[in-house]
Ligand binder design. Structure first.
Ligand SMILES: [Zn+2]
Length: 125
């Protein structure tokens, strides 16, 4: 699925993850131009597409983890100071999302930020 995911498959994946994890579904915009996934904290919109460098499937999992963090604590970003968007709460959410979707071993951890790779490797996949 990761090689050539379609818009329909992406939308279905987001609904399946939302249902499995018990969160409201984020919106999705399928973009043929997007080179990387994006997630809007306010719009709750995942932007993803077939040209995303790490692949649409992994991009959705990463952006969906941002959504899980956002839904769990929507006011986190209002409390002032800098937000660490890829901090411990994000890593926990990503592990949850990846485990739910296809298991920790299937995710391309090599495409992640170094801090995330270190954290996951340290915890043991
Ligand atoms: Zn991110």
């Amino acid at each position: 699925m990761s090689c050539s995911m379609s818009r329909t498959e992406a939308a279905e994946m987001i609904l399946l993850l939302s249902s499995a994890l018990g969160v409201s579904a984020p919106g999705m915009r399928w973009s043929d131009r997007a080179r990387r996934g994006r997630y809007g904290l306010v719009s709750m919109l995942i932007v993803v597409g077939p040209r995303c460098w790490r692949g649409a499937e992994a991009s959705i999992l990463h952006e969906f983890a941002h959504h899980v963090v956002n839904v769990r604590n929507p006011y986190r970003w209002e409390r002032g100071g800098r937000i660490n968007h890829h901090g411990p709460d994000f890593i926990e959410a990503l592990r949850l999302v990846v485990s739910e979707w296809y298991g920790m071993a299937s995710y391309p951890w090599g495409t992640e930020y170094a801090s995330i790779r270190r954290s996951v490797a340290g915890a043991g996949k």
